[in-house]
Design a binder for this molecule. Sequence first.
Ligand code: GLU
Length: 443
Amino acid sequence: MTAPVVRFAPSPTGLLHVGNIRAALFNWLYARRHGGRFILRLDDTDRQRSRPEYEAAIEQDLMWLGLPWDAKERQSDRLGFYDAARDRLIASGRLYPCYETPEELEFKRKRLLAQGRPPVYDRAALRLDAAARQAFESEGRRPHWRFKLSSEEVRWDDLVRGPQHVDEASQSDPVLVRADGSYLYSFTSVVDDIAFGITHVIRGEDHVTNTGAQIQMFRALDGAVPVFAHLPLLVDASGAGLSKRTGSLSIGDLRAQGIEALAIDALLARIGTADPVEPVASLEPLIATVDFSRVGRAAARFSEQELAQLSSRTLHMLPYEAVRERLGAEVNEALWLAVRGNLSVLSDAAVWAEIVQGPITPVIEEAAFLVDAAALLPAEPWTEQTWKGWTTAVAAASARKGRALFHPLRLALTARETGPKMARLLPLIGRSKAEARLRGQPA
Ligand code: GLU
């Protein structure tokens, strides 16, 4: 197999959400697995709605998720190529001018529906002669342009959906150029896919309906037809689709909530597939296992709760090196290893650093017991075994066990009801602070 060339093609008209990222991720993983190239293509031909700040946010999100691109292209820089492709289709008779107004088209549509017929465009414009077109032009009408579909059954082998076929005779000729001269995405996308040598178009299932006509466009422009993989859409717990408008699921918001990028990657790579959702410490295991034949055809269920849990499970396995740059100097490797298993979000590590380093005001439940326990603290150096040895001695002296033994010690030493393993925290707190805290002194 030759190295794949894939693209992620968002429109910079809004923030990326988990649904778009799933497409980006599968493109990226597929390219990495097979030694290919991943192109970021900004579909920004809609000048009204495209914004530089959305473009910047898309790039920031992809970088944060660990999905850098090998090349970046902007459709607004490529208008000349679209003009040339348009002229080629006009010359070969595949693109024809139409003069109907939206009202006229709506009228035709309703009439067909009333007759119980499919509302397919009747190609009336194909029958206009030069004089009739001239008459419309002199009325001030500007044409929009339709692609003349050939009435064949188009087939492709979708990597996710299996063999597909669309009978193009039952479809309206799609409009590729609007009356103002601007291009529709389905056309510019094909021109670019040919120009960049895209081998695999990996995108959401919402684009399946474009595929038949796009395959005909590839052929009409003498381009190689890429392989298609259409990913089922994401739905929420109630089965409703996650739309762009679900603001809380934008990648930027998830980042602000403290969700780990690797958790988003791991969840989106695996939900709706035959493989289990598991935390990962790097993208490597996801690269090694990406496989369209393991993606199910049903909608994939996305749960924010599952993401939050996966995010904390991700933290629990991350080595210090993976998080060092994001931690303050107060969190060293020993502290990280002691507390990571208790974190919901990374920023909580700093809270534990403050508790270990102090000063904190200990919570004293049974002062006499704690003073006796303080007297039994061994001499330093302390290790992770110190806690076991010390509490065994305290148990023997006090005849306590279980919660009655451990809970007052934890409260005095950390001022918290729960937290990381005391065996790990105790050597970090150190003898002098531990002794003071057991005696009820802030330290
Ligand atoms: N700009 C299109 C979108 O955002 C790209 C679809 C495709 O990948 O072909 O949906």
